[in-house]
Structure formats: structure tokens, C-alpha cells
Design a binder for this molecule. Structure first.
Ligand code: GRF
Length: 197
């Protein structure tokens, strides 16, 4: 099973997925990391693990559609079957949504539909909710919208700071994304029970 991971930043979710796949000895291959920020730390993490990279800035292209067309050409050449967004800070357009309908997933550090956008952890903390969490969902043309695949709550305790909350959220993400990935691959008939997923 071939998947592409899309990321723009640190890449801890990429590393967690890579490690889990390896540890569980599943027949899943991360064929490439797609990255819109050529200086992002995720690229070093990919290189260290010998995972091929595609990285270009949007401004190198005529526009968003041309940019995504180039990405589409790459992921199709790699025979990627699922696109896994892990801290990819761009809204996916119809170019990828049409070609990979129902085959793009994302992780968000809040309980959607609450606190979408770039600052889900801080926004939940600042609001003062007592429970936030992590959502894995299918991607559509909105910002952090699309059918929910899995959610896990995380309590915000009186002694929490935004930093301690972020740590708890990321720990949950690093487990939940792998579990959700396996669930999606099983639902799509790509991963079987014999694969031990
Ligand atoms: C994660 O919190 C994810 O939920 C959000 O972006 C962050 C990416 O972190 N979409 P990392 O690059 O995987 O460390």
C-alpha cells in the first residue's frame, strides 16, 4: 500500500507514522513527503529515513492549480493510493480532491467542528473549554471540514499551560493518526486482517 505524506513544518506526525508502520511491519510504504516549505524540518526527517521528497514553493508556479497539478503528477507517478496530510498548511483544491476523492485525510489538534484553523490548540485553551482533543477527518474543500474518521478527547486541567496542553495533544496525535490510517485502509479494502493491521 502506497501513501504520500503532505507536511509543511516539523514533521512529528510524519515520524510517528513512519515509526508505527515500521514497528507493526505493515505493508505500507510512505512513497514521498510532499512539502510546500523547502526549509521545513520535516524534510530532514524524511531524508534521514530515506523517504523521497517533493518540495516546491507555490510561487514557483503560475497559480494554485498549476502547483497542485505538479503535485498530482508526482503522487500519481508514485502510485500513491492515499494522501495523508500531517501539518500541511494549505487548503487542498479540486485538482487533488477530484483525483483523490475520498482518499485524502487530515489530522487537526482540536475536536472539530470546534476550533478549526491554524491555532486549534491555542484557540481551545484561550476559550477556556475543559475538554479539547484531536480529530482525524476526510478532506473536502473547506478548512478542517469533511467527514470525521476518529476523535479523541484531551482534558484541559486547571494546572495546564498552552505548552503542556500542546504536548498532550501531540502525544495523542502520534497514536491516533496511525490507528486511523489503519482503519481507513481497512475500510477501503487495502489493508486486510492478515496484514495484522
Ligand atoms: C499537528 O498539530 C497537526 O494536527 C496540525 O499541524 C501539526 C503538525 O505537527 N495539522 P507536525 O509537523 O506533525 O509536528
Amino acid at each position: 500500500i502506497k501513501i504520500a505524506v503532505f507536511a509543511s513544518g516539523t514533521g512529528t506526525n510524519f515520524v510517528a507514522l513512519y515509526d508505527h508502520i515500521k514497528q507493526a511491519q505493515l505493508p505500507i510504504e510512505i512513497t514521498r513527503v510532499i512539502c510546500d516549505q523547502p526549509k521545513a524540518a520535516v524534510l530532514d526527517r524524511a531524508r534521514e529515513r530515506q523517504i523521497p521528497i517533493w518540495t516546491h514553493r507555490l510561487k514557483e508556479f503560475e497559480g494554485k492549480e498549476a502547483y497542485e497539478q505538479a503535485i498530482l503528477t508526482q503522487v500519481q507517478a508514485d502510485n500513491a493510493q492515499l494522501l495523508v496530510l500531517a501539518g500541511y498548511m494549505r487548503i487542498v483544491t479540486q485538482v487533488l480532491l477530484n483525483a483523490y476523492a475520498g482518499k485524502i485525510i487530515n489530522i487537526h489538534p482540536a475536536l472539530l467542528p470546534s476550533f478549526p484553523g491554524r491555532h486549534g490548540i491555542e484557540d481551545a485553551f484561550d476559550y477556556g473549554v475543559k475538554v479539547t482533543g484531536v480529530t482525524v477527518h476526510y478532506v473536502d474543500s473547506g478548512v478542517d471540514s469533511g467527514p470525521v474518521i476518529a476523535q479523541q478527547p484531551v482534558a484541559i486541567l486547571p494546572e495546564d499551560s498552552v505548552e503542556s496542553l500542546a504536548m498532550k495533544i501531540h502525544d495523542v496525535e502520534h497514536e491516533l493518526y496511525f490507528e486511523s490510517l489503519c482503519q481507513v485502509l481497512r475500510d477501503q479494502g487495502l489493508l486486510t486482517v492478515q496484514d495484522n493491521g
